[in-house]
Design a protein around this ligand. Structure first.
Ligand code: ZN
Length: 571
């Protein structure tokens, strides 16, 4: 490819719309352009990277008996009504109608479509296991699309679905995908950490997310340096400290005025108590019914855990009007004493004695509230968000925290979709039984963004060889010098003939401009063709990642480049 012909409009300035480095660099280096909020056009360089990641995924999926298919983006509503998710998916789903008024959606995921496909064809255990995958655009109407490819409304995803005859089969499919994912991300030059996670709207019980630890991540991961336990904070278990509250010195309940106090820290400073001596009371609506959730003042409630405990569809913080009706006070003064709604408390609340709580009265709190004497809890459960410094739920270690980018996720779905949609097969003993399913996703664009987040410097992107848009850029210092132009063209022809993906920067620009673009785009290898080295019969190779410069005799350049490209790793 000639640089003069390449459609890669680079930008000198950082676009204001981009917050993350990966987003900024993909725009600046001319890899993509925004078409609408959360939707992007990939330009030639960007698409080459996307296609390389896809090809790595394809090879690893095929290696575990995955077979590629391609399903429609537009999906009929009836299938989603069968699974019960047409309503569940809410405003995140792009919906549309055809000319006859029939309802469809733009697929946010494809469990329904694949289950419908397989149920009409698979009849017998002899046809199992079956692993089908596709690489395709998905659609989610995010409230706040941002961070470029990290959280788009249209995004490229690889999704695989496995169908097995029993739990052992599902286990084999699940771990085959899990290990394939480890290989895929390694080949893309990414270090990933599989963590236990919440299955969210997809459903199922067992799931791992593949996290790239990076400041730019939207997720928060807790991990144990001692035993390797790692979990998304949404999922991480709090450790139940069983036992009754210490019975020492129950002080009498006392009402205190706390005017103009709105935070736990202000309250603690005013009363000279610690946050752990307080109990926070949060009023929620669970499918429209008010409930109260109690956590210690130094803990945060994990809404996913509360929703699972209550087995409700919609859990939301109550509005001010509901809080007023339930507690008799404005927002900020809720407390468990005298509250006439079910109370769900985190285990840690059980150890709290003489607690500070809201008084259900404007500008008042209660001192020395005690469980059993002053209020009764409906159910204790693990309801709090685990946090760094907590004990590890698996060993005696202490959890640490880090931000992460989720690039893939694997789920054991079980029979959620096959039961709901009647996808069954005949077992060896002739009994008709639902297919056991798993599903496995990789965000292709997000993987590319994560690679950039982990591989860049002040000058631009530093691509790993495996997914670089091109391996080599040849930069003649001056195209006007026929000796340089000829040497550059000769090397270009040799590299292309050797199957090395090469760009020749044939533009009539100053060398500084060409070097800047080469660094910004992130070609792993740059060859400079300059008058001084040519006089010595040499060319200069510059390694993008290390900035190492090697002067080599012209006739050794091809072999040296081939060795670097085939080695695939520039340290
Ligand atoms: Zn541990």
């Amino acid at each position: 490819m000639l640089m003069s012909q390449l459609y890669a409009p680079t930008l000198r300035e950082t676009p204001a719309e981009a917050e993350l480095v990966s987003h900024q660099l993909m725009l600046r280096a001319g890899f993509m352009r925004r078409s609408a909020s959360g939707m992007y056009t990939f330009l030639p360089l960007g698409l080459r990277v996307i296609r390389k990641v896809e090809q790595i995924i394809r090879e690893e999926m095929n290696a575990i008996m995955g077979q590629e298919v391609l399903m429609p983006i537009v999906q009929p509503a009836e299938l989603w009504q069968e699974s019960g998710r047409w309503g569940d998916y809410g405003a995140e789903m792009f919906r549309l109608q055809d000319r006859n008024g029939r309802q469809f959606c733009l697929g946010p995921t494809h469990e329904e479509l694949i289950t419908a496909l397989v149920r009409s064809e698979v009849r017998s255990y002899r046809q199992l296991p079956l692993r089908l995958y596709q690489i395709q655009n998905k659609y989610r109407d995010e409230i706040r699309p941002r961070f470029g490819l990290m959280r788009g409304r249209e995004f490229i995803m690889k999704d695989m679905y496995s169908f097995d005859k029993d739990e052992e089969g599902l286990d084999a499919s699940y771990w085959a995908a899990y290990h394939a994912y480890e290989r895929i991300f390694k080949r893309c030059g990414l270090e990933v950490h599989p963590v236990e996670a919440d299955s969210g709207a997809i459903g199922g019980d067992v799931t791992h997310e593949f996290m790239v630890l990076a400041e730019a991540g939207e997720d928060f991961v807790l991990f144990c340096p001692d035993c390797g336990y790692a979990a998304n904070v949404e999922r991480a278990e709090g450790v139940d400290q069983p036992g009754e509250a210490p019975q020492d010195d129950l002080q009498p309940l006392e009402e205190v005025a706390t005017p103009k106090i709105s935070t736990i820290n202000q309250l603690c400073a005013f009363l000279n108590r610690e946050p752990k001596d307080c109990i926070k009371t949060l009023i929620y609506l669970a499918d429209g019914k008010p409930v109260a959730a109690l956590v210690r003042g130094d803990h945060n409630l994990n809404e996913i855990k509360l929703r699972k405990l209550l087995k409700c569809q919609v859990l939301e913080l109550a509005d001010a009007e509901t809080i007023g009706r339930v507690t008799g006070a404005p927002v900020g003064f809720a407390g468990p004493v005298g509250l006439q709604v079910p109370l769900y408390a985190d285990f840690a609340v059980r150890q709290t004695v003489n607690a500070v709580v809201g008084a259900n009265k404007q500008d008042y709190h209660l001192l020395n509230a005690n469980l059993g004497r002053d209020f009764v809890v409906t159910t204790f459960a693990d309801l709090r968000e685990a946090q760094p410094g907590d004990p590890c739920p698996r060993c005696s270690g202490i959890l640490e925290g880090a931000r992460g980018i989720e690039v893939g996720q694997v789920f054991k779905l079980g029979t959620k979709y096959s039961k709901a949609m009647g996808a069954t097969f005949l077992k060896e003993d002739g009994v008709e039984t639902p297919l056991i399913m798993g599903c496995y996703g990789i965000g292709v664009g997000r993987t590319v963004a994560a690679v950039i987040e982990k591989n860049h410097d002040d000058d631009g992107i530093v691509w790993p060889i495996s997914i670089a848009p091109y391996h080599v850029v040849i930069v003649p210092v001056s195209m006007k010098d026929p000796v340089q132009a000829e040497a550059a063209q000769k090397l270009y022809n040799e590299l292309v003939a050797a199957g090395i993906e090469t760009v020749l920067d044939d533009r009539d620009e100053r060398p500084g401009v060409k070097f800047k673009d080469a660094d910004l785009i992130g070609f792993p290898i740059r060859v400079t063709v300059g008058p001084k080295s040519l006089e010595k019969g040499e060319l200069e190779i510059v390694i993008r990642r290390t900035k190492e410069v090697r002067s080599l005799p012209v006739d050794q350049v091809l072999a040296a480049i081939r060795e670097i490209v085939e080695g695939g790793d520039l340290g």
